[in-house]
Design a protein around this ligand. Structure first.
Ligand SMILES: C[S@@+](CC[C@H](N)C(=O)[O-])C[C@H]1O[C@@H](n2cnc3c(N)ncnc32)[C@H](O)[C@@H]1O
Length: 257
């Protein structure tokens, strides 16, 4: 079954009939709607298109994304490891899973659980695997902390060490700033991170509502921007996010909401 139609790096195109049948018949019966349908479809398309040798993802939380990746790779006949990170028990975070950590993905043999900062852990594991096989072809899924600062740190951190990169980023739905401001920060941060760290790139955002998911891919390892340019670009984003939130609150007041 060929879900991805066009192998060219810059063309991400699905055979939509194949993709829909694959997700409906092979994945949903095993995962249900752990993620919205559009996002599960994007995960399936990207896994088939990239054919990764490894999947590195964070944060694990209850294990939904790890479970979805497990079933997608299994159904595509791909016997590859899925490494997943969440913060250690004693590091506080608003979405920390506590005792529910990895609940849905426990017992899946190809899923390996780690407790560390996702970027630090994934880069270390990537280097270990790369030393074993220089032809490693990883797919990264970034779903940890979605504040602007983290998005820039994590996405640029991944792109700057790879010649060709393929990333999925979660919580990228475009929305009004008061609904859940941090998701908007992902949407603003992704293109800036790409601009800062990639030589050439594309991105595809899907989702009819929260959380939303984006596929970011292209050629990495660029150092085209000076630290002054980086500060300027990220400073403008921060200003945009702040002004937008303030303006939105003001408009709400003026409208009497
Ligand atoms: C939205 S949840 C992820 C949902 C998960 N992918 C799933 O499908 O079940 C965010 C998770 O990221 C974790 N997290 C936050 N910052 C992190 C970091 N720097 N490294 C690893 N995990 C992080 C949180 O503890 C939380 O469990």
């Amino acid at each position: 079954m060929a879900i991805s139609k066009n192998p060219h790096l810059w063309c991400c195109e699905a055979d939509v009939v194949q993709l829909d049948s694959f997700v409906l018949e092979k994945i949903l019966p095993k995962t249900g709607l752990l993620y919205p349908l559009a996002e599960i479809s994007l995960m399936a398309l990207v896994v088939d298109r990239v054919r990764p040798s490894h999947i590195f993802e964070w944060g694990t939380n209850i294990g939904s994304s790890a479970k979805i990746f497990h079933h997608i790779t299994e159904s595509l006949g791909m016997d590859i490891p899925i490494h997943t990170w969440d913060l250690p028990e004693d590091v506080p975070h608003g979405q920390h899973p506590g005792e529910n950590h990895a609940r849905l993905a426990k017992g899946l043999a190809r899923v390996h659980f780690h407790r560390d900062d996702g970027l630090r852990g994934a880069l270390a594991q990537y280097q270990i695997e790369k030393a074993k096989d220089p032809k490693i072809r990883p797919l990264f899924f970034v779903d940890g902390d979605h504040f602007y600062k983290s998005v820039i740190r994590e996405i640029t951190g991944l792109i700057s060490v790879q010649d060709e990169f393929h990333l999925l980023a979660h919580d990228t739905f475009v929305q009004k700033p008061d609904a859940k401001g941090q998701s908007r920060e992902s949407w603003v941060g992704c293109p800036t991170a790409l601009q800062l760290s990639a030589q050439d790139y594309r991105w595809l955002n899907v989702g009819f509502g929260n959380p939303g998911m984006a596929y970011l891919w292209g050629k990495g390892k660029s150092s085209a921007h000076s630290s002054w340019q980086q500060k300027w670009l990220t400073g403008m984003d921060r200003l945009e996010i702040r002004l937008e939130k303030t303006l939105y609150k003001l408009m709400q007041k003026l409208r009497g909401n």
